[in-house]
Ligand binder design. Structure first.
Ligand code: ZN
Ligand code: ZN
Ligand code: ZN
Ligand code: ZN
Length: 760
């Protein structure tokens, strides 16, 4: 084993690199986790760290508290831990384990939560009954968790009501309603709400609900009261306005003096918070949201006649001594308005003077102005219109294209990159017309593509991971559009190789979205090859995992590389809390890439695999391969380049259209990779250590085997494989990789800045 000592040196380098990464990531994570940690915990309160942990677990769990609750009823698996209305500590632990779908919830988190709910009773019943030790009330904790879950406010209201309605007679007394409110308060408190303001609001609501002073509340009264209480709805997570002109509230903290646009008072209190509309940034006190605020900005016009006539979208704003665009004098606080499209500011009185036409300001390249969207009644349009844009009065929205514009159609995957996706969604809904920004978690890309299909010239911005981009490209294929729009990418989360190749970076770092929109504007069109994969099992009876995709956008691999991802995938499902931040994700991946133990299953890959490129068999006998990668783009796994660079003068030698297949080692040396050459590259990997070196930049590439337009692979044993990061186990099979089509992509202009996650 002559290569042994050399390998070891490299491996230490890899470890050193990992250690550096770890230190860097800890330094980045520290400010989030350590603040608030200093206070001693007496068991009455959750520490912020507990709460963050809990939220992270909840994010990865797909279960509803409603469903887990069933296990504690007769016939359920956990019924023995229940006594009366309560469950004991073991039962509570099992509840958490089931609900959060995790086996390894830290025991101190369990204990803190348990005593936290024990203390609820002390708070609520202190006056009426002695504290009851030994268990926690199922309904209190269920109510608390349900507020934190995703879901419709109406369902949450109904769920909490039924939890507390013991006898099921549809009536609650006031002390029970008080108890619900206490739990909501506690959840709100941890979500960062100023409960000193919220509590009196809810008390008032209760009074209003119980109109006849009977001391009891019916389900219907409770839901009606709740659905008319704007701050409560915001707490329960009401997201999208159903009507034009309705604000979409979000609780917000302000770090500079801010005023309520309804009562003109300051937003005071410890946390200086209020409700701020996502779409227009109109800001009010929680208590003023119910008091007839100005309507939200108009996002479309009511009839065809109003089309093409531009108008400003004035919204009351804190102009903060900015100059009036009309009279050039300073505007005092709350004495002016700002146009949500062009960002012009004017005095209240100057709004009616000056030009009434709006040029949409610096984002005019992207904005879909409201005067190009009109509503038509469904009857007028007949069956042709899609159902997706129905607004409540039985109307649908249509776009009337304006010449020489190319509005941006935005898709955001809110689940990408932790909470980052949701933040990006909200910001883009403000910067652009909310009607052009689609939340993919609602109905996917279909409705947006339908809405824009009449346009001849528009662009798409995909916000999410590579998987999200693939999803959108697929939807564009299937939508059978008259014109295929070019796609730009705003990368969220980790592993954004495609975005990296298109110079949009490896991950969004929270920087100015306006800047990123500028990059999209300056982007150049580039066709990107996409490849079909057809997998034919040798024995049709043998059932492996389902093949995750039929199309390759980035890369396909067999062996070592795939088994890394396979392990990663399993780990991620088992220990979600370890994979929450992007930094940690990247770290874990690197750790696996450098561990040698799992590569055993792929040793001597050349004995169980045969390959043909355009019908020409490839001789693999001289290489000890543990992995094979078929790569379409010059970046995989967060920036590593498996094919490697080509010296510039070498690159210049190859000018003509590339041949169908190249396997000659000397020629391959001078062959570079290209997104749009209708060729795909085949690379051999010699093992886990080599992979580690490639990831950490110590070695630049794998072994070049071929560049070709068609690949057939035959395997004679089950092997781990992956397509675009999605791993699966594949029994013996024959697979054909052929060119599918080219997607129109936008490539950003060459980078000016480069951060830690901006390796390009
Ligand atoms: Zn107010
Ligand atoms: Zn608004
Ligand atoms: Zn304007
Ligand atoms: Zn003025």
């Amino acid at each position: 084993m002559a290569g042994e000592p050399k390998r070891r040196t490299h491996f230490t380098d890899v470890l050193k690199f990992l250690w550096l990464m770890l230190k860097k990531s800890l330094a980045m994570a520290a400010p989030d986790l350590t603040t608030g940690m200093t206070t001693e915990n007496d068991g009455r309160d959750l520490s912020p760290v507990d709460f963050i942990q809990l939220q992270q677990y909840m994010e990865y769990s797909s279960l509803r508290v409603k469903d887990v609750l069933k296990e504690f009823h007769a016939g359920g698996q956990l019924v023995q831990y229940r006594f009366g209305e309560r469950i004991d500590e073991t039962g509570f632990y099992l509840f958490l384990k089931t609900y959060l779908e995790a086996d390894d919830i830290p025991s101190d988190l369990c204990q803190h939560l348990f005593s936290y709910f024990q203390n609820t009773e002390r708070d609520v019943y202190m006056r009426t009954s002695p504290p009851q030790r030994g268990g926690v009330y199922l309904k209190d904790m269920s109510c608390y968790f349900s507020v934190l879950e995703d879901g419709k406010p109406r369902d949450k209201l109904e769920f909490t009501f039924k939890l507390y309605d013991k006898d099921g007679n549809g009536v609650l007394d006031s002390s029970e309603v008080e108890r619900i409110i206490t739990q909501m308060m506690r959840a709100a408190d941890y979500l960062g709400w100023d409960v000193t303001e919220l509590r009196p609001l809810l008390k008032d609501m209760m009074k209003a609900i119980d109109a006849d002073n009977s001391g009891t509340v019916t389900l219907q009264e409770w839901i009606e009261g709740g659905m008319n209480n704007v701050p409560l709805l915001a707490l329960l997570g009401l997201k999208m306005a159903e009507l034009d002109g309705q604000h979409v509230w979000k609780m917000k903290h302000f770090n500079k003096p801010t005023y309520c646009s309804v009562c003109q008072g300051m937003l005071l209190g410890l946390r200086k918070q209020g409700l701020c509309c996502i779409l227009c940034r109109y800001t009010v006190h929680g208590k003023c949201a119910n008091k007839n605020p100005d309507p939200c900005v108009r996002t479309f016009v009511n009839s065809k006649k109003q089309l093409g006539v531009s108008f400003h979208g004035w919204v009351r704003a804190d102009c903060d001594s900015s100059k009036c665009h009309f009279c050039n004098k300073k505007i005092k606080t709350l004495a002016g308005k700002c146009c949500v499209w062009c960002q012009q500011m004017r005095h209240d009185d100057c709004v009616n003077f000056g030009s009434s036409s709006c040029d949409c300001g610096s984002l005019r390249e992207h904005i879909l102005p409201p005067w190009t969207i009109y509503s038509v009644s469904k009857d007028e349009e007949g069956k042709r219109t899609s159902k997706e844009d129905v607004i409540p009065e039985g109307h649908t929205l249509q776009i009337a294209p304006i010449l020489d514009t190319h509005p941006l159609l935005v898709f955001v995957n809110p689940k990408s990159g932790g909470k980052q996706g949701e933040r990006v969604l909200r910001k883009l809904q403000y910067l652009l017309n909310p009607r052009q920004v689609y939340n993919l978690s609602i109905r996917g890309p279909g409705p947006g593509l339908q809405f824009f299909r009449n346009l001849r010239d528009y662009r798409v911005l995909a916000c999410g991971g590579d998987g999200t981009v693939g999803w959108i490209l697929d939807a564009i294929d299937k939508a059978d559009l008259p014109v295929r729009p070019p796609v730009a990418v705003l990368p969220l989360g980790t592993g954004n190789d495609l975005a990296r190749c298109l110079r949009f970076g490896g991950g969004y770092d929270g920087s100015d979205l306006g800047e990123i929109l500028k990059e999209v504007e300056e982007g150049v069109l580039i066709p990107m090859d996409r490849w079909n994969v057809q997998v034919i099992p040798t024995d049709p009876q043998e059932i492996g995992d389902p093949v995750p995709y039929q199309i390759i956008n980035n890369y396909f691999s067999i062996g070592v590389d795939a088994s890394i991802a396979h392990r990663f995938h399993l780990m991620r499902e088992k220990h979600p809390q370890k994979f929450n931040s992007r930094t940690k994700n990247k770290l874990r991946y690197l750790e696996f890439a450098t561990s040698e133990t799992f590569s055993a299953s792929c040793k001597k890959l050349n004995e169980c695999i045969s390959i043909e490129c355009c019908g020409r068999p490839l001789d693999l006998s001289s290489h000890a391969l543990e992995g094979l990668a078929v790569i379409n783009i010059p970046s995989i796994h967060g920036g590593s380049n498996l094919w490697g660079e080509v010296k510039k003068d070498d690159r210049d030698k190859v000018t003509a259209e590339p041949p169908e297949v190249i396997t000659d080692h000397e020629v391959l040396k001078m062959t570079s990779q290209d997104l749009s050459d209708k060729r795909i590259e085949l690379v051999g990997l010699e093992g886990a250590v080599e992979m580690g070196q490639i990831y950490s930049g110590l070695k630049s590439a794998g072994l070049r085997l071929a560049q070709t337009s068609k690949i057939t692979i035959r395997t004679n044993k089950a092997l781990p494989m992956q397509i675009d990061g999605e791993p699966w186990m594949q029994p013996p099979c024959t697979m054909h990789i052929t060119h599918k089509n080219q997607a129109k992509m936008l490539m950003a202009p060459p980078a000016k800045t480069s951060g830690f996650f901006h390796h390009k």
